[in-house]
Design a protein around this ligand. Structure first.
Ligand SMILES: [Zn+2]
Length: 144
C-alpha cells in the first residue's frame, strides 16, 4: 500500500500535477518494498511551492528544486532497515536512468539527517524530462 503522511500529500498523489514517470517510480518503489519486505511505502513529501522549497535550503541562491515541478517525492525511512533503504535505491537506479547526458545523477538517493538541508532521513525520488526506464532484454530472448 502507498500511504501519505498527510491529506495534502494524498491529494497531490491523486492530482495531475505529478510527472508520469515519477508516478511509475513511486509504484516501482512500492512494489519492491511490498514484494521483498511486505512493507508499505510512506510518502512524506510530494509538491512544494517555491517559497516552501527555499525555506528548506540554507543556500540563498538555491533554485526551485524538483518538488516544485511535480518531479520529486520523499519516502519516509522511519520504519525501514538499512537493507531495505539500499535495496530500494538499487532497485530503482538499476531500472531508471535520470538523465542520459548526466549519468552521475540518479533517480533514488538516500538523504540522511546529517545533510544540512535535510530535516529527517528519507529517500528522495526524482525525475527529469529526460528520465526513462532502462529497457532490459532477457538473455533467452536474444537469438544467437
Ligand atoms: Zn526530496
Amino acid at each position: 500500500m502507498i500511504r501519505a503522511l498527510s491529506s495534502r500529500i494524498a491529494n497531490e498523489l491523486a492530482s495531475d500535477a505529478l510527472d508520469q514517470n515519477l508516478r511509475s517510480v513511486i509504484k516501482d518503489a512500492h512494489d519492491y518494498l511490498y514484494r521483498i519486505w511486505t512493507q508499505d511505502l510512506i510518502l512524506s513529501c510530494l509538491l512544494r511551492t517555491p517559497e516552501e522549497d527555499k525555506a528548506l535550503y540554507h543556500d540563498p541562491n538555491h533554485e526551485p528544486g524538483v518538488h516544485c515541478f511535480g518531479r520529486g517525492a520523499d519516502v519516509s525511512v522511519r520504519f525501514m532497515s538499512s537493507a531495505e533503504v539500499s535495496g530500494l535505491c538499487n532497485t530503482i537506479n538499476s531500472s531508471w536512468q535520470y538523465d542520459p547526458s548526466r549519468p552521475n545523477m540518479v533517480v533514488a538517493l538516500y538523504e540522511s539527517a546529517g545533510h544540512q538541508d535535510s530535516t529527517a532521513p528519507h529517500i528522495h525520488l526524482q525525475t527529469h524530462p529526460a528520465t526513462s526506464r532502462i529497457v532490459k532484454i532477457a538473455a533467452d530472448a536474444v537469438q544467437a
